[in-house]
Design a protein around this ligand. Structure first.
Ligand code: UGA
Ligand code: MN
Length: 242
């Protein structure tokens, strides 16, 4: 099966670095289609160029966060773009495996071998999430029986976006399942719509004992510090050395 790897992304100083790193990871994965969705009114041509250079199958979309949500203290990040990806998959793709991979996470190539045979919904640990440093399903006798996560928040599925994969047949079986605009509850709301008794959760990554994806976050240096230091150097004694 083809893996449809959905990445929401938005313009900021580190975006090209993130997309280059992620794109080069994805170019080592066979049978993968990258759906990159910008949180913007239209696609950035520079991002399109990067996608073409990588020479992997891709779909480049844009879907901006509605302005009402931008004013919130904690905006629901990546929701509008992930919804656009769901819509694109539902109209164009019949089968395959869907995975939501943010642009700043770090992915072990073995993750793709694990999720590729997802029959319904698979789950696995994500490193560097929250205060416990890992968010992971709790597995007993091969079955997912609970969640180890520092932010349970009364969620039925206390998992990170990077901690599950879905067989695309479920998107067609549950045509209304989507992400809600509520920060922190996106995963739970989506999974509650598609998990039934019949499609039990498959525990991956050696019964959820291995970490194959990390919720890394890139520090953004203030823009002023990215300016070339020419003026400052000219003002100091270092300039004599140049
Ligand atoms: C965590 C989870 O890992 C996300 O999957 C989840 O969407 C997010 O929390 C949330 O609940 O808001 P976190 O690292 O805190 O993610 O958030 P970011 O990495 O900043 O954003 C998640 C994704 O959305 C990234 O791929 C980012 O590029 C994208 N994003 C972020 C946008 O498309 N627009 C934005 O304004 C901000
Ligand atoms: Mn992130």
């Amino acid at each position: 099966p083809v893996i449809y790897f959905v990445t929401p992304t938005y313009a900021r100083s580190v975006q090209m670095a993130e997309l280059t790193r992620l794109g080069q990871t994805l170019s080592s994965v066979p049978s993968l289609h990258w759906i990159l969705v910008e949180d913007a009114p239209r696609c950035n041509p520079a991002v399109g160029q990067l996608l073409r250079r990588l020479a992997i199958p891709f779909t480049h979309l844009a879907s901006a966060m509605p302005s009402a949500y931008k004013k919130l203290k904690i905006p629901p990040r990546g929701v509008s773009n992930r919804r656009a990806a769901l819509q694109w998959i539902r109209s164009n793709i019949k089968q395959g495996v869907l995975y939501f991979g943010d642009d700043d996470n770090s992915y072990d190539l073995r993750l793709f071998d694990e999720i590729r045979d997802t029959r319904n919904i698979s789950m696995f640990p994500v490193g560097l999430v929250g205060e416990y440093a890992v968010s992971a399903p709790v597995v007993h006798d091969g079955k997912v029986v609970g969640f180890y996560d520092s932010w349970p928040a009364r969620r039925r599925f206390a998992v990170d976006m990077a901690g599950f994969a879905v067989n695309i047949k479920l998107l067609h079986q549950f045509p209304n399942a989507t992400f809600i605009y509520k920060a922190g509850f996106e995963e739970d709301s989506f999974l509650q719509e598609i998990v039934t008794d019949a499609n039990f959760i498959e525990a991956k990554a050696a019964n959820c004992t291995q970490i194959l994806v990390w919720h890394t976050r890139t520090v953004q240096v203030p823009m002023a510090m990215l300016q070339p230091p020419t003026l400052r150097i000219a003002d100091t004694s270092i300039s004599g050395l140049l």
